[in-house]
Unconditional design. Sequence first.
Lengths: 112, 112
Amino acid sequence: DQQVKQNSPSLSVQEGRISILNCDYTNSMFDYFLWYKKYPAEGPTFLISISSIKDKNEDGRFTVFLNKSAKHLSLHIVPSQPGDSAVYFCAASLYNFNKFYFGSGTKLNVKP
Amino acid sequence: NAGVTQTPKFQVLKTGQSMTLQCAQDMNHNSMYWYRQDPGMGLRLIYYSASEGTTDKGEVPNGYNVSRLNKREFSLRLESAAPSQTSVYFCASVRDGYQPQHFGDGTRLSIL
């Protein structure tokens, strides 16, 4: 049973507009959440994270929002750029167990 | 500045053959992980090692064995390869606590 779900396999956005990627989780004990970006033939690279004591974290064009009551995580990219086209994975972990659970990924296509 | 290094990058095996995938990290990280990535399935944890000398099963351990050779190296062995093990394998490491994982670039394994 998947504990982290990304229900949109793909998303297409125009350059300059906002991209919103969503992620849901089932385990209320998760206390650390991450987004990774993956280009073809490369490993995932860390993008941004948030701990469960916060509801928002920003890093440049990237903002992650956490809604603990809804068990929902989202990544906003503003403005979107063609170089952002990649597969995005969300992940969640439990501090004491040092295990990470990944969603199935959303492929973002930013059109010029 | 190597980070996480995986060897080999590509491999083709015949059913029943064995092989070992190698992973090494130079960041003095405590925990190391092996994942497989299949289309639409995201990253699934095979085995992980929370510290030198310990290993634990993940979501999909059947058909695999691991060795945490020292703090730097974590290998994954397929004793008798099966076509269902055709996948892209990623190794990752993390220091501890609220830190993101660092990934290697993957090993693309095909079993005929």
